[in-house]
Ligand binder design. Structure first.
Ligand code: PAF
Length: 269
């Protein structure tokens, strides 16, 4: 695997995995997925200040460059690209906005976050020009918005969703998990437990009711818990065919998000 700050023109099609570093098994699964599409797999590491509305969160974002290189190489990356700030953000850049959806759910709690995500991903796409780009389902709203942005601005790139990787306890893998102490880690299990319970209901109202169980964990402060229609990202109704529960909240100063596909009695015609 080549490590570089400067990405030169690639002479073969590539699959791309953008990251902010602090790689873990979840990122490795994205890289392995990328390898199924192309022999050339570019992994970028760039902590994007534009998507951090909370400067403290940005300052605390974990940095593990040696581990990143080891995990990326092990999973099959061929290029690990750590672009300098000036390459991503020269004087003139196109700032993207995430519209109404960017202000809902995550957007309520992280104003401007998705504008920053779309802006950097668009810029990364311009520089890497991949054939495929892999994004985890864990950040489901991000995946939805990036898929829409790419369809408009980069129709030549196929956005490939990859399933969430979980620890044995059910906790969704995240770079932020390193900030959880053993007690908080245990308390965080309420998230996947509640999602799994809600997923057994094929009635939206009942699934929504089950989801409220999440507040039974006193350590967990809820930001939102909702069932959405995967095709529109609107609040799900009984008519929604593909439903997903999305949750976010705080445990001991660490913000955690997760989601899970819900059962549906409806079958697409
Ligand atoms: O999901 C992430 O790690 C980031 O939001 C991304 C897509 C790398 C953009 O900075």
């Amino acid at each position: 695997m080549k490590e570089t700050n400067v990405l030169t023109d690639l002479d073969r099609p590539c699959a791309f995995v953008p990251t902010m570093g602090a790689l873990h098994a979840g990122h490795q699964s994205l890289i392995r997925r990328a390898r199924e599409f192309c022999d050339e797999v570019v992994v970028s590491v760039f902590v994007n200040p534009l998507q951090f509305e909370d400067k403290d969160d940005l300052a605390k974002y974990p940095k593990t460059p040696e581990i990143d290189a080891q995990l990326a190489s092990e999973a099959g990356a061929t290029i690990l690209w750590r672009p300098d700030y000036e390459i991503i953000y020269p004087d003139q850049i196109q700032l993207l906005t995430s519209g109404e959806l960017g202000k809902k759910f995550e957007g309520v709690h992280r104003p401007g976050h998705f504008d920053g995500v779309l802006t950097v991903v668009n810029r990364l796409f311009e520089l890497v020009r991949p054939r495929y780009a892999i994004f985890g389902e864990k950040d489901f709203q991000q995946l939805f918005l990036i898929t829409k942005m790419a369809a408009q601005l980069h129709p030549e790139i196929e956005i490939v969703p990859a399933p969430t990787i979980r620890e044995a306890s059910g906790l969704a893998m995240s770079s932020r998990n390193v900030r959880l102490n053993p007690e908080s880690r245990q308390a965080a299990e309420i998230i996947s437990r509640t999602l799994r319970m809600a997923a057994t209901e094929d009635n939206v109202e009942r699934a929504r009711f089950r989801l409220q169980e999440i507040s039974s964990e006193p350590e967990f402060t809820l930001d939102y818990a909702e069932i959405i229609d995967e095709d529109t990202f609107e609040i799900a109704t009984e008519e929604s065919v593909r439903r997903r529960a999305i949750v976010a909240g705080w445990i001991d100063g660490v913000r955690l998000i997760d989601n899970m596909a819900m059962k549906s009695a409806l079958v697409r015609a």
